[in-house]
Design a protein around this ligand. Structure first.
Ligand SMILES: Cc1cc2nc3c(=O)[nH]c(=O)nc-3n(C[C@H](O)[C@H](O)[C@H](O)COP(=O)(O)OP(=O)(O)OC[C@H]3O[C@@H](n4cnc5c(N)ncnc54)[C@H](O)[C@@H]3O)c2cc1C
Length: 224
């Protein structure tokens, strides 16, 4: 994301006297709303308190060598008919971005002292890797991951987390596994009988990265 020109001249010369919409925050949500409103001919003021646009989607660099993402490190649903390309297409930006596929064999790798575990794409490979990594707790791993899989496969990214009715549909689709949706991940992991090491590895991999496992619900870890 580009940096913002904060000089008074830049602000004064480009500022109209009134707006149809004022958006606070230039994260992906604010930028998307602003782009759609502007494309519809509205006068939009987008306010950002930081000096870089993008919110959790921006990156910063150190020593011109290391790049750190503030939040977003990969984005799902980027196939031709996916949600993200559709949003970009709506404002004519889809041909400006090339989506690269994730590494099939290791979407993520969790490293700990004396321990490394790849998280491959696809439930079958994902579960097989975990069973191989924790041979002494096959039952617990199977219990835990079968519920996560049920939840993950029931998530519809276009509606589940965006509305109350989307969540209700998720609960219906999830069936008996829905009980786990009400539990913090750590409590659910304990209930399944995971060891502290398996809990640590699986907690690192949570989608709800801004929260801790004692509050994040299992619906934050879909992998499908
Ligand atoms: C650590 C982490 C990792 C993540 N990883 C992924 C991932 O890999 N893939 C994925 O799809 N999603 C990921 N997410 C989620 C994703 O980052 C968010 O869903 C998305 O970026 C949120 O966008 P947003 O516009 O809602 O908010 P934000 O990105 O949080 O943007 C909010 C903006 O508003 C600004 N702001 C706030 N208050 C004010 C104010 N009063 N005045 C002016 N400006 C203000 C902030 O400075 C910020 O720029 C991750 C999130 C985190 C925290």
């Amino acid at each position: 994301m580009s940096t913002v020109d904060r000089s008074p001249d830049a602000v004064e010369t480009t500022r109209p006297s009134s707006y149809d919409a004022i958006i606070v925050g230039s994260g992906l949500g604010g930028l998307t709303s602003a782009a759609y409103l502007a494309a519809a001919g509205r006068r939009v003021l987008l306010l950002e308190r930081y000096d870089v646009l993008g919110g959790s989607s921006h990156v910063f660099r150190r020593h011109r060598k290391w790049e750190f993402d503030v939040g977003v490190h990969y984005i799902g649903d980027c196939g031709d008919d996916g949600l993200v390309p559709s949003i970009m297409r709506g404002v004519g930006l889809d041909d400006r971005i090339e989506w690269l596929p994730l590494e099939e064999k290791a979407v993520d790798t969790v490293l700990a002292p004396g321990f490394a575990l790849d998280f491959p794409h696809g439930w079958d490979e994902f579960i097989a890797n975990q069973l191989a990594a924790f041979p002494n707790e096959q039952g617990a791993i199977r219990r835990y991951l079968s519920v996560l899989r049920r939840i993950g496969e029931a998530v519809d990214v276009s509606e589940t987390l965006g509305s109350r009715s989307g969540m209700v549909k998720l609960v219906r689709r999830t069936g008996l596994a829905a009980g786990a949706l009400m539990m913090p991940v750590a409590a659910f992991q304990l209930a399944c009988g995971l060891s502290p090491e398996a809990m640590m590895v699986n907690s690192v991999h949570l989608g709800a990265v801004a929260t801790t496992p004692d509050v994040a619900p299992p619906c934050c870890c879909p992998r499908s």
